[in-house]
Ligand binder design. Structure first.
Ligand code: GRF
Length: 186
């Protein structure tokens, strides 16, 4: 089974997923697609032997990225910290085969502008006792596809957004590869 990752940032999830499947061999991460040529995820992938493809917004929205994805013909497309809206042409070609991870318990703290530290800051400001992760299918709207898996963690002891981020990241690293594995086997 073939996985394509889309990521824009540091790539700790991407690295974790690549390693998990290199070890388990139930699937292979065949490429990392990124909109950001300077994203650390590209170095991490390269060190693990996974090729990176960088694209512009124009290439994403003109069908060029879709062409490259079709050439790979993945079984699953995984968004791991991908910050641009995902194009509808790829969504249409891969129904129920594109998933995203969101660092909060959707439907709360989702939608435009709610990514990365913005999410954790909002959680802290609102004095939420819990946060967590949401793994969901990707459709045309931000963070609105069908839910696959959620896990929660207490954050009432946290006094900075960074502390919340760490707790959430731990959950992501623990669960995301396993959920991907399960989806690929079902
Ligand atoms: C994660 O928190 C993920 O939930 C969010 O972006 C972050 C990516 O982190 N969508 P990393 O690049 O995998 O370290």
């Amino acid at each position: 089974k073939k996985i394509i990752l889309f990521a824009s940032g540091s790539g700790s999830n991407a690295e974790n997923i690549i390693r998990y499947f290199q070890d388990k061999k139930t699937a292979e991460t065949v490429a990392v697609f990124s909109n950001n040529p300077n994203a650390q995820v590209l170095d991490k992938a390269q060190k693990l032997g996974v090729p990176g493809y960088v694209f512009t917004k124009e290439e994403l929205n003109s069908g060029k990225v879709l062409e490259q994805v079709l050439a790979v013909n993945p079984d699953l497309i995984v968004l791991a910290g991908f910050l641009w809206k995902f194009p509808t042409d790829i969504v249409a070609k891969y129904p129920n085969k594109i998933i995203n991870i969101h660092p909060a318990l959707l439907p709360k703290y989702g939608g435009k502008g709610m990514y990365g530290m913005n999410v954790h800051r909002a959680i802290l400001e609102n004095k939420e006792s819990h946060s967590g992760i949401s793994i969901h299918y990707v459709n045309e709207n931000y963070d609105e596809g069908a839910m696959i898996f959620q896990a929660e963690v207490a954050v009432d002891v946290c006094v900075t957004p960074e502390e919340i981020a760490l707790k959430v990241q731990e959950l992501e690293h623990l669960h995301f590869p396993q959920i991907i594995d399960k989806l690929l086997q079902s």
